[in-house]
Design a protein around this ligand. Sequence first.
Ligand SMILES: [Zn+2]
Length: 626
Amino acid sequence: MRISESKIDEIRSTADIVDIISGYVQLKKRGKNYIGLCPFHNEKTPSFTVSSEKQIFHCFGCHAGGNVFKFLMDYKSISFVESIQEVAEQIGIPLEFEKEYKPEEQSEQEILYEINNFAARYFSNNLLKSDEGGTARNYLKNRNIKPEMQKLFGLGYAFPEWEHFLAYAKDNKIDLNKAKQLGLIDTRDNGTYYDKYRGRVIFPIFSTNGRVIAFGGRIITKQENTAKYLNSPESVIYHKRKSLFGLYHSKEEIRKLDKAILVEGYMDLIALFQHGIKNVVASSGTALTEEQVKLLSRFTKNIIVLFDADAAGQKASMRSIETLLKEDFDVKLVALPEGEDPDSFVNKFGKNEFEEKIKQAKNFLEYQTAQFEAMGWLEDPAKQAEAIRILVRSAALVNDELKRSLLLKSISRKFNMREKILETEMNKVLDELKRLENKPERAPQRNVESMPDAHLNQQSSENKENLFEKEIILLLLEGNENITGFIFDNIQPDDLSNPFYRKLAAEIYKLYLDDVVSTAEIIEKIEDEELRNYALKMSIGQVTISKRWDELSHSGKIDKQFAKHTCDVVKKYKIMKIDEQVEANNKKINSVTDEKALMELMKLNNELQTERKAVLSYDELSAFNL
Ligand SMILES: [Zn+2]
């Protein structure tokens, strides 16, 4: 498949890298950039930086970096073309394909999304607008779920009849075979279709981008031999392991508060939402999978797990906690009073009381210990040993070494046991975990930072030169056509003394001649990896000789101060170069004996002085037509 250059340009210039990366990495604004924990290497403090202005990302830890396409290619291990498709889809730019492309595969997904959308609208109308929907409306009213919430979460109702949806789908020429794939209908032995969801309140499940990928249906009247919940099967668009109920609605709040609350059921989540507690996700009653935890970690690494009182709930929660600890989440636990779930609790006691509970959340170790205590395990020596083993095992799951040893210390204090014994136990668990994991480490990359600046240590004049040249490179990486043009009008890449900067400037110059000026595009097109990495690092985390113009906007129209700075840099650099030449010539003049050579040198110096005057008269107003 081929996508035209102009289409790629359109996609590149329409997409916002911060938006796209935010879908995968939790980002925080820091100065004019966004930072987050790098998804390409393991780190505790964020060195992954995204520039919205320049539309690039760069990690100062592992030196991963590039534009929005490069991010998706690396993150998802997909091809360049696939990354373009992905971005295009997210920002809603349709792609036109050339002949060899098979459109069936692409539209297959689209058709499935459309059918789910169609079904969601149908269920929602049943609930909100039909007379027969009264039963479901009453049910939700009794559960204290207000109509605004019903609308917000797209709740619906499936009539008790066997072929109601089927008839409606047929009328609307829905592909029945595909509706079956999505679990909306099924076939009897004789091949005729019937509705899968009957007499149920419907909870659509959304992707993080807000598309309906599946449904959960809950019965509203108890029936023999009928499951309380019915969920969509796995399909091309629905992977249960990878989706979290409620995340689409709560992701902004989770990011904002940098904290999520994990509950079990749909109703718990909606009840909390209704009371204004919106940083909630629901595990839908099963233990969280690694994929779900990874998904959540794009938005926060802090989680409060609401523990159900019943045994099945606790077991699922414990497994979720293990998975969360492995992914370096800071896990806290809250137990609700016997017989209460978040839904009933918040409806009975209100928001403040609930938040009070949340404030009392204990870290998982304290929580577990309290549990063992309550079960009487700590009085029985055999049981106590078992309890300690479980606690050490939980602590061993924490990746952070410092945190782990602190946990060990607190276990040792709590049980009055020597740390050494606990350490031995923990090392056993760690070895076991290591064997299980067997994660390949990312190959160490060359430290780009130490490279061109190494020249700086040689001499002070060279130091100054390097700083100017670095600033010139920085200006070239600003992605402003006027600035780049002005610099190349005055300075040729060959003028630069630092071989590394010279090479980089030559690359940028070549691209400039091809009308490539934007930072993201420059970085995409530099072929040499070293140069590309350096350009990335420079354009995101600059160290400059001058005050940076953070506060200035330079999109489109050049800011006067920005122009002045550029003009100053070019001027000073040129003057410095001229003075160097004059000085070198003067040295020769003192030692040369040949009259003709002397005349030649003096003539050269004269020319240089004239040029110097011309350069001194540069001003940004005329240079940039301001
Ligand atoms: Zn990294």
